[in-house]
Design a protein around this ligand. Structure first.
Ligand code: NAD
Length: 483
């Protein structure tokens, strides 16, 4: 069934520019979430393989770091073009292993490629400074050097973009990388490797080692003194673990963790615009996004209009195999993900929420869950505190600005908040008071390679994208000079 698509997709480890089996020949299955069928098997890296990948990165380091910034930039620019030329094939592969609708996957490939284009331009903007020490008169010469080998660990919800958002700046900075993709979705990154080679990325600069033994493999690399950066995107729980491990060798961490985004609709909002924004903020990737709107706070004066319109839109979304035409809602990634959504909805309903649409698992194969709107959600419902990671919109009402700011901030997460109001003064005032790294003000989508993406509190450390993303892979060196 998948033969054509899979014909050219490699399934082994990519180390030092070559495909190789796991040292102990271990493999694991990759499952199609729409059918529950096995797609293929992939090599499962061992600790020994991880060491070989770090060896390969080390061998490539001096040459790559020594290349002229323009040369690294040109290779990244070529990578952008090659990925875009393979957009459709990569998009289908993402849908196959992740489940998301093909339109979502196409958008993801374009977004993923943009990180190569953006960092092609940032590669030549590693800018230092020279100043004069106020008292001694010495010159303060500051420049930025590649930080060293970077270990990248990525989640399954954006199999391409969460990886290129790290590979792009690392390569621009001059750092070689070892990437461990999520076990649910290893194929997209493996398929990317020949494309990067075609673009001119030298052997050993990017290594990819899928593994079922994530803890042991990543742990071993974080304890290898040659590794100087760990850039992780995933759950806060695993992020905390990696931070503890990174502490042993004082490895520089960049952490993009979980979210619990509030979506606030004031009584002066353009309701149609808020509905458009809500559909994107909630339903992009079937709600399986760290940026997904998790809690809807709607002013009591516009609550009726908003909930009716949102329900109408959610109820018309076509659910099915993401590869089929017209499908907007594919399956969730696996049975655990769906079970979690089922239990969060059951808990909310038990505590008084009203189901306006959806809420029922369809019969048959595939990890499907319908677009669901819950109204009258009570404050003690678990889904207001946990990431839903599914297509469920939970609506509550509010009366005043101070009240909604307090409730929106009442979470351990601080990744993103959305708010809709026609009064830009209020929009900026409320944005400043919201303790989140990113705000969508009259917008349901903020992700952009040119913007610093990241969160406050337990949503993470550091930023990806923009110039700040490049700085995560650089070390500052200061030379005190007399001349
Ligand atoms: P996860 O934390 O379970 O896994 C992420 C990655 O870590 C995977 O590659 C996994 O194999 C690996 N991993 C798991 N246990 C590990 C261990 N003990 N040691 C080393 N590596 C380990 O997350 P997920 O389920 O793949 O992704 C969903 C989560 O990612 C959500 O919480 C979501 O909010 C978050 N996310 C955050 C961002 C962001 O930019 N802030 C973006 C996308 C996803």
């Amino acid at each position: 069934m998948y033969e054509n698509l899979l014909a050219s997709v490699p399934t082994d480890l990519w180390i030092g520019g070559k495909w190789r089996k796991a040292s102990d020949n271990a493999r694991f299955e990759v499952i199609d979430p729409a059918t529950e069928n096995m797609i293929t098997t992939v090599a499962s890296a061992s600790v020994e393989d991880a060491k070989a990948a770090v060896d390969a990165a080390q061998n490539a380091f001096e040459d790559w770091a020594g290349r002229k910034p323009r040369e690294r930039g040109e290779i990244l620019r070529k990578a952008y073009e090659v990925v875009m030329a393979h957009n459709e094939r990569l998009a289908k592969l993402i849908t196959l292993e992740n489940g998301k609708a093909l339109s979502d996957s196409r958008g993801e490939v374009a977004y993923a490629a943009e990180f190569f284009r953006w960092y092609a331009q940032e590669a030549v903007r590693n800018i230092g400074e020279v100043s004069r020490a106020p008292s001694s008169g010495a010159r303060i010469f500051v420049h930025h050097k590649p930080a060293g080998i970077a270990v990248l660990v990525t989640p399954w919800n954006f199999p391409a973009a969460m990886a290129t958002r790290k590979i792009g700046p690392a390569l621009a900075a001059g750092c070689p990388v070892v990437l461990k993709p999520a076990s649910e979705t290893p194929l997209t990154m493996l398929a990317l490797m020949p494309l990067l080679a075609e673009a001119g990325v030298p052997a050993g600069v990017v290594n990819v080692i899928p593994s079922r033994r994530s803890g042991a493999v990543v742990g071993a690399m974080l304890h290898d003194p040659r590794v100087r950066v760990v850039s992780f995107t995933g759950s806060t729980e695993v992020g905390r673990k990696l931070l503890r491990e990174a502490a042993d060798n004082v490895v520089k961490p960049a952490m993009e963790l979980g979210g619990n985004a509030p979506f606030i609709v004031f009584d002066d909002a353009d309701i149609d615009a808020a509905i458009e924004g809500a559909m994107i903020a909630k339903m992009r990737n079937m709600g399986e996004a760290c940026t997904a709107a998790n809690r809807f706070y709607v002013h009591e004066k516009v609550h009726a209009a908003f909930s009716v319109k949102l329900t109408e839109r959610m109820a018309t979304l076509k659910m099915g195999n993401g590869l089929d035409d017209g499908v907007a809602l594919g399956p969730l990634v696996n049975s655990e993900g769906r079970d979690k959504v089922v239990s969060l909805v059951a808990d909310a309903v038990k505590k008084g929420a009203k189901v306006l649409t959806g809420g029922r698992v369809p019969e048959g194969k595939g990890y499907f869950y319908p677009a669901t709107v819950l109204d009258n959600v009570s404050d003690d419902a678990d889904l207001l505190r946990e990431e839903i990671f599914g297509p469920v919109a939970a609506i509550q009402t509010f009366k005043s600005e101070d009240e909604v700011i307090r409730r929106a901030n009442d979470t351990e997460y601080g990744l993103i908040a959305y708010l809709y109001t026609k009064d830009l003064g209020r929009g900026m005032r409320v944005s400043e008071k919201l303790d989140f790294g990113m705000i969508g003000l009259n917008r349901g989508l903020v992700s952009d390679p040119a913007a610093p993406f990241g969160g406050t509190k337990q949503s993470g450390l550091g930023r990806e994208g923009a110039h700040e993303g490049l700085m995560e892979f650089l070390e500052t060196q200061y030379v005190s000079v007399s001349w």
